[in-house]
Design a protein around this ligand. Structure first.
Ligand SMILES: [Zn+2]
Length: 414
């Protein structure tokens, strides 16, 4: 990008950021992209808005599914034009800036944004569309509460009345956050976890969430009428019905595809073209990646919070061997009491189960109460030896997932 287009100060900041990123990669720190963005932001606080200027930007946010949905949205939009995308899941402002720096000439951008940073990033990039997937409890000790996050999102959306919001009609907390916005495309993507919704977003009373759309019996607030939804392996939309032959497993990934297709449609990519692009996606930032290791074929899955685990456990219905790995570091949240809310009773009868990670003992205790027999070994790769040969479904929380991926990559490179 020419220095005249972004201004000399931003050009210098971008150059310095790129040098820092390259240096960081060279000395093996790895996260060169984030460091590049961080350095550039330090030198020029306006760099994000300057690099976003003139592009059509889609922001993807929510507690679960934002990495997958942003990959799907980027794949769909790439059928029309080059797309800048923070594809590693670096979802703070520095990660957003790094993605724009790497693709300075892409006319489109898809930025995954942490829900706590959506307001700041939206103010800088003036998004054409914001995708809001769901809002549930993440790490218990992150110091935030679902409804406080919803209020800050509502304030952010009010500052951008022209932005199209693609939002989950099935999540009452999302609906509460989106109320003030005028331009909304409602998607009914299903919601397997309503335990964190609390009550009616308008009056706080208990919601009726059984069969059919949710509604409040006190004030009458009800699920908005969706124009996009799921239909047996297909996505329904205002133009009809499009089959989506996903490589990725699970109904929640079909839901993610519906959001991506709705966002792409808003930017001019028709559902058929979007569905074809999305169907081609296999592993996403290591999620669902398959690794052969000795007698085992491992499939890696990430579940970061109760809602994520609730969505992932149904994928294990036919599993013969399962490895559950849980850490409790800063990035995971140190409090593991959420384990008691996860329906581990759903683990299939007859599957061999091993638990690992720094909090293997906590998971093991939880499984004992669920009557799931299991073996315990804190080291996840050593725990594999306790499982029969063949396929192993590995579900890990955040730092556990990253650590397993790193160790497998090291072994595979050796
Ligand atoms: Zn109500």
């Amino acid at each position: 990008m020419a220095a005249t287009a972004i201004g000399p100060r931003t050009a210098v900041a971008v150059r310095a950021g790129r040098m820092a990123g390259a240096l960081s990669r060279k000395v093996g720190l790895g996260a060169g992209a984030i460091i590049a963005g961080r350095v550039a932001l330090r030198l020029d606080g306006q760099a994000l808005s300057r690099l976003a200027a003139g592009r059509r930007v889609v922001l993807v946010s929510g507690t679960n599914g934002k990495t997958t949905t942003s990959h799907m949205t980027a794949a769909a939009l790439r059928t029309a034009a080059p797309v800048a995308h923070n594809d590693t899941g670096a979802n703070m402002p520095d990660g957003a800036l790094a993605a724009l720096m790497e693709q300075p000439d892409a006319p489109l951008a898809v930025i995954e944004v942490d829900e706590l940073h959506l307001g700041a990033v939206a103010d800088a990039v003036h998004p054409a569309a914001v995708v809001l997937l769901n809002l549930s409890r993440d790490q218990l000790d992150r110091g935030t509460e679902v409804h406080a996050v919803a209020r800050s999102l509502a304030a952010a959306l009010r500052r951008h009345p022209d932005t199209l919001v693609v939002a989950n009609a099935d999540d009452p907390v999302v609906v509460g956050a989106v109320q003030p916005s005028h331009r909304v495309v409602w998607v009914a993507a299903g919601m397997s976890w309503l335990a964190d919704a609390g009550g009616c977003p308008r009056c706080g009373r208990r919601l009726e969430t059984g069969v059919g759309p949710w509604r409040c019996t006190n004030c009458g607030m009800t699920r908005p009428t969706p124009t996009w939804g799921l239909d047996e392996g297909a996505v329904r939309h205002p133009g009809g019905r499009t089959e989506v032959r996903l490589t990725l497993p699970g109904r929640f990934n079909l839901g993610n595809a519906a959001f991506a297709m709705a966002a792409a449609d808003a930017l001019g990519v028709p559902p058929d073209a979007a569905a074809t692009a999305i169907a081609g996606l296999g592993s996403i930032a290591g999620r669902y990646g398959v690794h052969r290791r000795g007698p085992h074929e491992l499939r890696l899955m990430l579940a970061k919070n109760p809602a994520g685990w609730a969505e992932t456990l149904p994928l294990l219905a036919d599993a013969r061997a399962v490895l559950l790995v849980v850490n409790a570091r800063e990035a995971d949240g140190r409090d593991t009491s959420w384990l008691w809310d996860v329906p581990f009773e759903q683990l299939p009868d007859g599957a061999a189960v091993a638990v690992a990670g720094e909090r293997a003992a906590d998971v093991g205790l939880r499984l004992s109460y669920a009557d799931v027999s299991h073996a315990t070994e804190p080291d996840p790769l050593a725990a594999l030896a306790l499982l029969p040969p063949g396929q192993v479904q590995v579900v890990a929380n955040y730092t556990a997932f990253l650590s397993i991926r790193r160790r497998l990559a090291t072994e595979e490179a050796a």
